[in-house]
Design a protein around this ligand. Sequence first.
Ligand code: SF4
Length: 643
Amino acid sequence: MGLSVAQKIIKEHLVKGEMIPGKEIAIRIDQTLTQDSTGTMAYLQFEAMGIDRVKTKRSVAYIDHNTLQTGPENADDHLYIQTVAKKYGIYFSKPGNGICHQVHLERFAVPGQTLLGSDSHTPTAGGIGMLAIGAGGLDVAVAMGGGEYYFIMPKIVKVNLKGRLQPWVSAKDIILELLCRLTVKGGVGKIFEYTGEGVKTLSIPERATITNMGAELGATTSIFPSDEITYEFLKAQGREKDFVEILPDPDAVYDEEIEIDLSSLVPLAACPHSPDNVVPVSELKGIKVDQVAIGSCTNSSYKDLMKVAKILEGKTIAEHVSLVISPGSKQVLSMLSQNGALASLVSAGARILECACGPCIGMGQAPRTNGISLRTFNRNFEGRSGTPSAKVYLVSPETAAASAITGYITDPRTLGDEPQVEMPKSFLINDNLIVPPAENPDEVEVIRGPNIKPFPQGKPLPEVVVGKVLVKLGDNITTDHIMPSNAKLLPYRSNIPYLSDYCLTPCDPDFPKKARENGGGFIVGGVNYGQGSSREHAALVPLYLGIKGVLAKSFARIHMANLINNGIIPMVFENPNDYDTIEEMDELKIENARDQIEKSDVLIIENVTKGLKYRMVLNLTERQRQMILHGGLLNLTKAKGMN
Ligand code: SF4
């Protein structure tokens, strides 16, 4: 039986398990990437493993998220990451060098290799034919140490691209079309693999726009074949030696199939407040725009910004519009300044921001109250822009530029002939903002500013676990409730003691105090506990406060994995009515905890205060049981070694 591109790469890297959808497998990781917001924790965890040097082929630490320096915290974090990278064999991409996914595509991504990144848009590198997966910082730390990455073998979905895009229709519209059809839940447990004649019409940055936003489908990853277009891109980046052809076998078997006729697509927009709330741009005609933001890891490549520059050339943006542009990388910005396109952008009225995530992560440029913001980004959740009442529409660079000129949401096809932009035969290569690791690690001192605090580590599970119910919560508690994140708290991502004062405070302002006074305890939740962002801090901070277990009616998948990674026991009520009998400050007790976790799928927990016993379901794989027994993934990794 023939194999698809994704299956070929998985097979080549398979360490454990079989490639059967739904079954757990483990793969070898060739490359890792981190960004600063998740990176500090990942490197503290890596240091705790006691390994001298990363074992990957290439690991890169990027600074692109928290680049505002309104106090010393972010600068302290950057210096810690820079020194830890130098010591342990990691390349360091300085602030100003660009957004992790854009720079990785340009300078590091290699077809056929595996990449694990502590950022949900890591699949961007799938545009170049890499199997690239986003994961928690601890998983990335383990991969840097040479450990395999465990995940559930996804279904492979063949996305057959027919025909070619019409003028003014772009790669962004392809992925918006898919989001419209499948919704933000449509990709869970799947890899989207693009094939068909339409693939050949798309450049690498266009392919990367599509794989980037596959994350919004909830997909494990997305991937394109590595073909002659991949070769041309790598050659233009001076990296033709990294090229390897990877095409699907003619008789490859896929689990599902979707067809998109590129020639039938029109410019699309995702309306507030979800990336799958998609309509044709023409239906939004006449909506007045306050802000246009162009950039992010989705749409900030050389080709994207050259297209915008050509559309804006000789024009002036509308009087009531603020246009902000964040180039994806120093390479992109340097080329735009060299060929004069930057002058077109500036003279049309664009405000040029640094090469970083910026407005996409809410670091500046929040729209006005009730403002309408058109963005080329990948997410438009309520409040993400920094203005809770703002309405954010996600569009292509072409639609964004057209609307900046008119001041109203505008279908770019109304502008007449589309300006053409060719992919450059050679990019401007200057890696002077990428600091290589030290040859002699002993000479490097890791500098920890006062914002770098030790992170909490789980302890092996005792025989008897006792504690009080510190809080009883309702349904759909998000990781944002558990560990709020905003521009004020983001600089403290490496300071768990500081963050712990805010744990669950949107639900119960006294929670941190109660946890401290009682030496930790239990959390009780309703349905879908821990939904939302994959935030690892929503497990690390409760661990710091001494949380031993969470009893809930059900858990969101990633948060449950993060709890287990940190040695906190997630337990599901076998009888949901038992939830009603628990009250705050009830004392709970688990007898023979180790034995129960090791041997049974149901754990008996006693409510000592009420004189009741509850049957709690454990949905754990064998490896997850070991993690709980050892007090988390880090301890298990230390105890068992990397493989
Ligand atoms: Fe995340 Fe936005 Fe940065 Fe991309 S540009 S990595 S989506 S914050």
